[in-house]
Design a protein around this ligand. Structure first.
Ligand code: PLP
Length: 391
């Protein structure tokens, strides 16, 4: 197929997942720098309070990433060697690695091809004598079937850890994702719905779990470093656990605090773009995301289309390349976990073991959806996709 003129001049490449940073964040970061307080301090404490309140959770613990949040949650849940944790094959490697770093074994249950979330019926089939936990991912921001998964956890006495990296705005009957399980883990990575540059948060149901997470996030020390150096006078710390350097800095919280205020406005903006895409792509050889289930709120984090390669004029990978040449950044969420050599070699996993996730991973393309996209940016995405696929 002949290449048309690029829809955007080369200097205006539309970066996939570009964050929106406003003046308030810049001023807050500068104020932190000038205050001399860069590390974990009062802004992190405020960010924990504000984020916990916006998600209706009483215990929120800020950490350096969602990866750290997932790892610590595994440990605080008491999951370790000899245990199995059931999770989805359609996720970022961090989900799987958190289970491995805790010394446990991940067990994959295939996804529902419509929702792209882990299928409770497949989860039920994978539960065995060593199963200790369930780690669902609210894929793209669409809530998992929490009623069915919660029921399985109750029946089999499993810890429930929710991967909410995509799910800040996700609700089921008004209840926020991350509050169904024992732990809910969020990401503030640069491409997420709100960002700290890097950052993560754990919502914990029990106060004692939150306290353990805090200790584990900072070397296993019994007191926060910022309390040690505050004007309250020197406080000795004691190492009470084998911890990690997983704390969030005030510099990161300085960004996140202001992003928090815009969650709703940005969600509404993404919804506008989402609807325009749905309309613009309806006649193309691709499947647009399924509508949200009744009574739920989709966080609208990723707009993932599935290319119909039997009708499309080119392969998925060729489409990715063409979009890039048209100056539009794209993503793939995700190649199924069993496609990766490390897991194949370690566990003998094969792509055909989780056929729905594998099929999605080989056909999917994520299009730009950031709240900072202008109408013209969205038009450019639409023009590029239609120019390539409409024939
Ligand atoms: C589903 C999922 N889980 C976990 C993570 C890890 O998040 P972080 O980069 O904050 O460690 C990501 C990040 O992209 C993700 O998409």
């Amino acid at each position: 197929m002949a290449l048309r003129d690029p829809v955007r001049p080369p200097e205006r490449f539309l970066v996939f997942g570009r964050p929106t940073i406003e003046d308030a964040e810049v001023r807050e970061v500068v104020a932190s720098l000038e205050s001399g307080w860069l590390g974990t301090g009062p802004k992190v404490a405020r960010f924990e309070r504000d984020f916990g309140a916006s998600e209706g959770a009483s215990h929120a613990v800020a950490v350096g990433s969602c990866t750290a949040a997932l790892h610590l949650s595994m440990l605080a849940a008491g999951i370790g060697p000899g245990d199995e944790v059931i999770t989805t094959p359609l996720t970022f490697c961090a989900t799987i690695n958190a289970i491995l770093h805790a010394g446990a074994v991940p067990v994959l249950a295939d996804v529902d091809p419509r929702t792209m979330n882990v299928d409770p019926a497949r989860v039920a089939e994978r539960i065995g004598p060593r199963t200790r936990g369930l780690l669902p991912v609210h894929f793209a921001g669409r809530p998992c079937d929490m009623a069915a998964l919660g029921e399985l956890c109750e029946r089999h006495d499993l810890k429930l850890i929710e991967d909410c990296a995509h799910a800040i705005e996700t609700r089921v009957d008004g209840r926020p994702a991350g509050t169904f399980g024992d732990f809910g883990c969020f990401s503030f990575y640069a491409t997420k719905n709100i960002t700290c540059g890097e950052g993560g948060m754990v919502l914990a149901r029990r106060e004692e779990d939150a306290a353990r997470l805090k200790v584990l996030a900072l070397h296993g020390m019994s007191k926060d470093a910022w309390k040690r150096f505050s004007d309250e006078g020197y406080k000795h710390y004691r190492v009470t656990d084998l911890g990690f350097k997983y704390n969030m800095m005030d510099l990161q919280a300085a960004i996140g605090l202001h992003q928090l205020e815009r969650i709703e406005r940005w969600w509404l903006r993404r919804q506008e773009i989402w609807r325009r895409y749905d309309e613009a792509f309806a006649d193309l050889p691709l499947a647009t995301p399924a509508p949200p289930e009744p009574g739920t709120r989709h966080a609208l984090h990723l707009y993932t289309v599935l290319l119909d390669e039997s009708r499309a004029p080119l392969s998925r990978d060729a489409f990715l390349e063409r979009m890039t040449r048209e100056n539009v950044g794209v993503g793939v969420h995700y190649l199924a976990v069993p496609e990766h050599p490390y897991y194949q070699e370690r566990f003998g996993w094969r792509p055909e073991d989780t056929p729905h996730a594998t099929s999605i991973g080989r056909r999917t393309v994520s299009l730009p959806l950031s709240a900072g996209l202008s109408d013209e940016d969205a038009d450019d995405v639409i023009r590029a996709v239609r120019g390539i696929l409409a024939g």
